[in-house]
Design a protein around this ligand. Structure first.
Ligand SMILES: Nc1ncnc2c1ncn2[C@@H]1O[C@H](COP(=O)(O)OP(=O)(O)O)[C@@H](O)[C@H]1O
Ligand SMILES: [Mg+2]
Length: 233
């Protein structure tokens, strides 16, 4: 399969040079294939969120190169990067980051505002997506009135509203109940069937078996990966 994201010698050092600096990622190399479902595992604090935020172009690495479709994005301005992100990448945050006071469809339509799409079309697209995710009846509800699983589907709809080909989810099972996990899995299988590339940070066993490849992060280093052919170093 063709590569879509490549990390080459990525370092992320928070508060660099200060006594309390943190090496969150050390010299990490990783390639994501187009259309694949990749899981990043590893204990809390191992750097999962940092890594997927860098792959999602939300964070920049301290050192190292990151390429999307073979193009190094290191030289991209913040404006160019956010434009690329809007078109290509859907990110579902661990705590969803929904905007309180906006109802579900309004939350979903937020990424369409900078695209200059008229409100009528924004509403149609947002409610259409909520419908496909089984939330037709919740379109006018605000996030505060919803269960964790429903809020998550609103966040997924918002991540998908610009039709991105890369979808990233940060610990998507951390605040949903066990019953919602199979629904989440169905959503991810559907996204993969549409040809999208899926990157997920998780410990959830039930997701592991469905991934094409599982990486393990320990203290900011990749310790190996497992795919259908077993363990590799
Ligand atoms: N904005 C930040 N400033 C300083 N340290 C951070 C920041 N974000 C994360 N860290 C630290 O980087 C390390 C990796 O964090 P993170 O990527 O959130 O790991 P995980 O998602 O695996 O729990 C942790 O030690 C964490 O405390
Ligand atoms: Mg995290």
């Amino acid at each position: 399969m063709k590569e879509i994201v490549r990390c080459e010698g990525i370092w992320k050092i928070y508060n660099e040079g200060k006594p309390y600096e943190v090496r969150a990622l050390s010299d990490l190399c990783l390639t994501i294939s187009r259309g694949s479902f990749t899981i990043i595992g590893g204990p809390s604090g191992s750097g999962k969120t940092t890594l997927i935020s860098i792959m999602g172009t939300i964070e920049r690495p301290s050192r190292g190169g990151i390429s999307i479709d073979g193009k190094n994005i290191a030289g991209f301005s913040d404006v160019a990067l956010s434009s690329l992100r809007r078109k290509r990448i859907g990110f579902v945050f661990q705590d969803y980051n929904l905007i309180p006071g906006l109802c579900a469809w309004e939350n979903v339509s937020v990424p369409l505002v900078p695209e200059g799409i008229p409100i009528r079309e924004r509403k149609d697209r947002a409610t259409g997506l909520l419908e496909t995710l089984g939330l037709a009846e919740r379109a006018e509800h605000s996030p505060e009135e919803m269960s964790g699983g429903e809020r998550q589907r609103v966040a997924i709809a918002r991540a998908l509203v610009n039709n991105p080909d890369i979808v990233i989810l940060d610990e998507p099972t951390s605040s949903i109940d066990k019953e919602s996990v199979s629904g989440l899995l169905d959503i991810m299988k559907g996204l993969k069937a549409q040809g999208r590339t899926i990157i997920v940070s998780t410990h959830e066993e039930r997701l592991l078996g469905n991934a094409d490849i599982v990486y393990e992060l320990i203290k900011g280093r990749l310790t190996g990966h497992a795919d259908n052919n077993g363990m590799h170093q």
